[in-house]
Design a protein around this ligand. Structure first.
Ligand code: ADP
Ligand code: ZN
Ligand code: ZN
Length: 807
């Protein structure tokens, strides 16, 4: 790190603008600033924390303001990570300040509060207005309160239900100003993400304010306990409402149970021949201290984890560090336990379900070098390890590596870029590699390593397709289960073996409709039908969380001929109970699992044999190794196929192959029954044959013909507004600048998005395919600049590079 004394530094701030801001440095900071450290600076009337990009003596042309305070004496972002952040901002067309903020999970250290006080003109106004207007006007109330003393924004929001709006109008008039202040953390007042809120059964009635009423109504419709933070989107000011209702005895607030325990200790296996060969290739590359990317394609149950462990060991022997990324749902105590038992307290875990404080602790341990093996989900790719030797991305095809908010990066691809810059190796592992990654083998970017067989030569499960159209013709019944499926489940129950039943859709019925007028009950915020959840007797929107009671008559024509259509996992569970009254059945989906703990508990109890049957959505398909599972049943393989998305076939293939891979991992061979009405579809056929190569070839041909990735660089542009005309106008304005004939680009749109309205916003879409990254990136920068120049709201434009969802 260059020592020295500087007059200025360029700071990146978490604002939607790209350029860094130059600040002058006071005498006391000139010797201490370093790139990668956080600096508190004035920004407009506020104080903000930004990251120092550069320290220098180049006098800027315009006058600068002075930096206020240096937060870190040692940089929190190394030069390596700063460079990675810049790459992400460029590639994903995202504001650098927001990217960098997301890379440093230390928000808990600088908890800031806003304090409002009156300006001189505000003081005058208060005096004049107080004579005239209504005393319960929120604007007046706030002026009156602030006349006595400055107050925190949090306090105002708590005491004044309409504070938000009143404050905005007062600020606009120049009557009040805010100041950011540092506040100490009060351990008794845990942050929302650490709290669960639940309605108390004997809750008293009373007069509540709007957020309190909304929270109460929400809890009545959504029984059980909820993470407070997760309710923020659904209910305004929910945190305050929950705390005040807790004081009044209406709800209970309890600490979120967290912390990963060590989990079961697993034995260490001697590598078999295939594992050894893969290990040797990778370890040789690691020892060369050069970048090398491997795609480890190993069928389900081939023992990929053991290869990861032995490669990580080789990295540690060299005195370097390793990162292992796993999909969101896969980071269970079982997974973490394997790492603890092999590497002890050198392991740090970074999980998005951790609280700020927990994450900060882990982050500090990594930064200090105390932890040299990091297991983490997506954002773990930014772990500040020193001397990186290896990054492993397990289940590299998994969609949870893609962040679905700005910056919309893919952790797997960022891992490759980071490894490359650090002269480290990277292993992408999967039984069903993404087309993009597999194609990179052909382009000689990645080296393919294969584990074609299961451990101890266990057979792959035998998959049979059941044509449900034929079943219907033969039985004249539209049953959930075929006769063959019921028979097989019954047999396994007899034998004391376990069964997994997959239906990749939550709820009981996917929608309800009226026979008289054809109306389908839709969400009030989204152009989507509501799903019927029987246990809670409510209709629920799976996208925005809106819930309502089940109507007894049609909301449109009052007819009582309402009927329920489509099948969900809840109904599958119920019908299994009816068919097998003595079977012990557990269900795993987003409705039975509200906390991370529950997910692990259900899985653990199933593993221990407390249940015979496990029913669930795609959650049950991922990575679990439960030896006593000998039957996997798929109720409907067709659910994902109809999606308006060019990856529909790939996702279906991956899901079916992965869930089939849960069967027969012990001594008894596994069988898989797949019910479908598309038995001739190639994704279903090839998943049944568990023939990845055939699927890859076929799908690649389709992608090539259609110029879809990996044969083009793709981006999805969304234009959103709560007002339909506004969204339409903005998208057609944007369309104007995109029509000029541009070589090597294909632009589809503007068109209504497949879900035209979501979370109360109207959405228009452009899908862009480009022959080269450079062409695409230039166009995207133009689009972004257009939005900035035309002062579009912060959320109006979404640029999604390499999109995984096109809805
Ligand atoms: P994958 O992730 O490839 O589906 P896992 O890594 O879960 O497979 O391994 C499958 C099972 O095989 C695990 O129970 C693991 O402990 C076991 N296993 C892995 N390697 C060996 C080996 N060399 N000898 C015996 N058992 C092994
Ligand atoms: Zn009707
Ligand atoms: Zn909705």
């Amino acid at each position: 790190m260059p020592e020295g004394s500087y007059l200025y530094c360029d700071v990146s701030l978490p604002v939607p603008l790209d350029q860094p801001f130059t600040y002058g440095l006071p005498e006391t900071l000139r010797h201490r600033v370093r790139p990668g450290s956080r600096l508190m600076v004035p920004f407009g009337p506020r104080k903000m924390t930004g990251l120092i990009l550069r320290c220098h003596d180049d006098r800027p042309e315009v006058a600068t303001r002075e930096a206020l305070r240096l937060i870190d004496s040692e940089p929190v972002l190394s030069a390596e990570l700063l460079a990675l952040g810049k790459w992400i901002a460029g590639y994903y067309c995202a504001p650098l300040g927001e990217v960098l903020r997301g890379m440093v999970p230390l928000a808990s250290e600088i908890r800031q509060g806003k304090v409002w006080s009156l300006t001189d003109s505000g003081r005058d106004a208060a005096r004049q207005l107080l004579l005239g207007s209504a005393p319960d006007d929120p604007v007046m109330q706030i002026l009156r309160m602030l006349e006595k003393r400055p107050l925190s924004a949090a306090y105002l929001a708590k005491t004044q239900p309409l504070a938000d709006k009143a404050i905005r109008s007062l600020e606009k008039k120049g009557f009040i100003v805010s100041e950011q202040v540092q506040t100490e953390r009060d351990p008794l007042r845990a942050p929302s993400e650490r709290l669960r809120v639940e309605l108390i059964k004997t809750a008293p009635e009373g007069k509540w304010n709007k957020p309190e009423r909304e929270l109460r109504a929400f809890l009545e419709l959504h029984p059980g306990s909820h993470n407070l933070k997760e309710l923020e989107d659904a209910i305004k000011n929910v945190s305050m409402a929950a705390r005040s209702l807790a004081r009044k005895g209406v709800v209970s607030l309890k600490a979120e149970p967290m912390a990963i325990n060590a989990g079961p200790i697993r034995v260490r296996h001697a590598l078999n021949e295939g594992q050894q060969a893969a290990n040797d290739r990778i370890v040789a590359a690691i020892r060369k201290h050069e970048f090398h990317a491997f795609l480890l394609h190993g069928v389900t149950g081939s023992g990929k984890t053991e290869v990861y462990l032995s490669c990580i060991e080789a990295v540690l022997v060299e005195g370097r560090s390793a990162l292992l990324l796993v999909p969101e749902i896969a980071l269970t105590p079982a997974m973490a336990g394997q790492f603890f038992s092999r590497f002890g307290d050198r392991v740090a875990i970074l999980h998005s379900a951790f609280t700020d404080t927990e994450r900060t602790d882990q982050w500090r341990r990594i930064r200090s070098g105390a932890a040299s093996v990091v297991v983490g989900t997506r954002s773990g790719v930014f772990a500040p390890v020193k001397n990186l030797g290896l990054i492993v991305v397990d289940e590299e095809h998994d969609g949870s590596y893609k962040q679905e908010e700005t910056p919309r990066y893919n952790g797997r691809d960022v891992a490759v870029v980071r490894a490359q810059a650090a002269k480290a190796c990277v292993i992408l592992g999967s039984a069903t590699p993404s087309l993009e990654s597999r194609y990179n083998v052909e382009r000689e970017k990645y080296t393919l390593l294969e584990l074609p067989g299961r451990i101890e030569a266990r057979p792959m499960p035998k998959v049979s397709l059941i044509d449900m159209r034929v079943e219907f013709l033969e039985t004249r019944k539209q049953g959930t289960f075929s006769r063959k499926m019921l028979e097989a489940i019954g047999e396994k129950l007899e034998n004391g073996e376990q069964t997994i039943v997959l239906l990749n859709r939550r709820g009981f019925s996917s929608f309800i409709a009226c026979r008289a007028c054809g109306e389908r009950v839709q969400c009030i915020n989204c152009s989507l039908t509501l799903t019927y959840h029987k246990r809670d007797r409510r209709l629920l929107c799976h996208y925005c969380g809106y819930a309502e009671k089940v109507p007894s008559v049609c909301p449109k024509c009052d007819s009582d001929h309402i009927y329920f259509l489509g099948l969900g996992s809840e109904r599958v569970e119920e019908e299994l109970h009816q068919a097998f009254p003595t079977a012990r059945i557990a269900r795993l989906d987003r409705d039975t699992v509200t906390g991370k703990r529950q997910y692990e508990t259900i899985l653990q109890e199933f593993r221990e044999g407390s249940y015979d049957l496990l029913v669930g959505t795609q959650m049950i398909a991922k990575g679990h190794d439960i030896p006593n599972v000998t039957l996997v049943g798929v109720v409907s393989a067709d659910i994902g196929l109809g999606m308006p998305d060019f990856r529909a076939a790939e996702r279906t293939f991956q899901l079916l192959t992965q869930v089939a891979g849960r069967a027969g991992r012990g001594n008894v061979p596994g069988i898989v029954l797949v019910q479908t009405i598309n038995p001739d579809h190639y994704a279903i056929q090839m998943a049944a044959a568990q023939d990845y190569t055939a699927f890859y070839q076929k799908e690649l041909g389709f992608r090539r013909m259609m110029h879809y990735p990996p044969f083009s660089a793709m981006a999805n542009i969304l234009v959103r507004s709560e007002k339909k005309e506004m969204a339409m106008r903005m998208s057609s304005d944007l369309g104007m600048i995109l029509t000029a004939p541009i070589e090597k680009l294909k632009i589809m749109g503007p068109a209504e998005a497949p879900v035209p309205r979501l979370k109360n916003e109207y959405r228009y879409q452009f899908l862009i395919k480009a022959a080269s990254r450079k062409t695409l990136n230039e166009l995207l920068q133009r689009i972004r600049n257009y939005a900035i120049d035309h002062k579009w709201g912060a959320t109006a434009l979404v640029i999604d590079v390499d999109p995984l969802t096109l809805m």
